[in-house]
Each structure stands twice: as structure tokens, then as C-alpha cells.
Design a protein. Structure first.
Length: 226
């Protein structure tokens, strides 16, 4: 028998026993990463816009520096970024495999992506509203929170949706370093063991998950649009 002959495929009734724990691991990874992404990427996006010539506090040097930092995380394909950042991951967590090893590269990519999405959403806020806030004596932080973020909510919801989907894709790629989740299951059971049942189940689950998140995000955008 050839060494490449497929192993016995997993019976369909046994698929949920493997798939559901993997789905939980993916959800945990994405939830942790998105918490970091929103907490860091949102303020970073506000700073990028407000230090630009159109912002509340134009500052060319600060704008160029912050933009460069955001672009750095978006310049490399995720696989390359994941490999390049291994020394940092090793330094912080003491390991280069597993759940923790996936957090840093996913957070770096996600924060940079969400920062740009936040910048674009805030840029769509009419300048007249900012001028009214300034004329009314509001402070810059009040304007950022009360006008920019509030008026940009539909765009931020759309950006958040895109970012969640991107993180699901990245978590699947991170399965190659043993981070767990659907990607790990697809690689180690579906691909390496030639188990078409698991591979098909993982693909269908990822497609359904992305569709559900996109549908939910679109509903949120419509609800927030006024």
C-alpha cells in the first residue's frame, strides 16, 4: 500500500465531537484578539485621522509616524508576519506554538487593520459637525467621543465585521503553529491524514461562520445608520 494512501475517514456522526471543540477554540482566540484590536486599534485610528490636515490637531510628524506604525502591521502577508514575529512571541510567552503564540501576530495585524478602518470611518463624518462642536466650546476629547465616534458608528460596525472575519481567517492560518481551532483541525486531521470528511466539515463550518458574521454585521450597520 502506498505511503500516501488515505487513512480511514472519520464517520460523519463523529464529526461534531471534533468540530465543536475546535469551533470553541477559534471563538476564544478571535474574542481575545478582537478585544485587543478594539482597545488599541480604535484610539490609534482616531490619532491617525486627528493628526492629519483634516483632523482636530494637525501634526505632520506625529501623523507620519503613527501612519508608518499602522502600515507596518499591514505590509506583510500574515504567514510572513507570523514567522517574522517569532522572536517577540518567544520573548513574551516563552513559546512559539499554541494559543498564546498566535495572539501576538494576530493582534499586530488586527490592530493595524482596524486602525485604518477607524480612520476611514471617522473621515466620513461631516466637517460641519466638528466645527459646530468646536464653536460650542466642546473639548477635543469630547468631540472625538461625542461626535466623531458616535457619527462614525455605522462605519465602525462595518469595519469591526470585516476585522472579525479577517481574524477568523488568520486563526485558521495560525493552526499551522498548533494554535488550535478549526484551522488546526483542518490541517492535522483533514490534510495530513487525508481525511476528506473533516476537511469538508471544516470548510463548510468556516463558510457558514463567515456568512453569519457578515449578515449580523450588515444588520448592525443598517440599525446604526441614521
Amino acid at each position: 500500500m502506498s505511503a500516501l494512501a488515505p487513512l480511514i475517514a472519520t464517520p460523519w456522526p463523529d464529526v461534531p465531537d471534533l468540530l465543536l471543540p475546535a469551533l470553541g477554540e477559534t471563538a476564544r482566540t478571535v474574542a481575545v484578539v478582537m478585544t485587543i484590536v478594539v482597545l488599541l486599534g480604535g484610539p490609534l485610528g482616531l490619532l491617525i485621522f486627528n493628526t492629519s490636515p483634516l483632523g482636530l490637531t494637525p501634526n505632520r510628524a506625529a501623523h507620519v509616524t503613527i501612519s508608518w506604525i499602522a502600515n507596518l502591521g499591514r505590509s506583510l502577508p500574515f504567514l510572513v508576519l507570523m514567522a517574522a514575529i517569532i522572536p517577540v512571541t518567544k520573548l513574551v510567552f516563552g513559546t512559539t506554538i499554541g494559543f498564546k503564540a498566535a495572539l501576538i501576530p494576530m493582534a499586530v495585524a488586527g490592530v493595524a487593520f482596524f486602525a485604518r478602518l477607524t480612520e476611514n470611518a471617522v473621515r466620513e463624518v461631516p466637517r460641519d459637525l466638528l466645527d459646530v462642536g468646536l464653536a460650542g466650546g466642546s473639548g477635543r476629547w469630547q468631540i472625538m467621543a461625542g461626535i466623531q465616534l458616535r457619527e462614525a458608528l455605522p462605519g465602525l460596525a462595518a469595519g469591526f465585521t470585516l476585522n472579525v472575519i479577517a481574524m477568523i481567517e488568520y486563526s485558521a492560518i495560525a493552526g499551522a503553529i498548533g494554535s488550535g481551532g478549526i484551522g488546526y483541525l483542518a490541517v492535522n486531521y483533514g490534510y495530513r491524514r487525508f481525511d476528506n470528511t473533516i476537511m469538508i466539515a471544516c470548510i463548510v463550518l468556516l463558510i457558514a461562520l463567515v456568512q453569519l458574521i457578515q449578515f449580523t454585521g450588515d444588520r448592525a450597520v443598517r440599525a446604526l445608520t441614521h
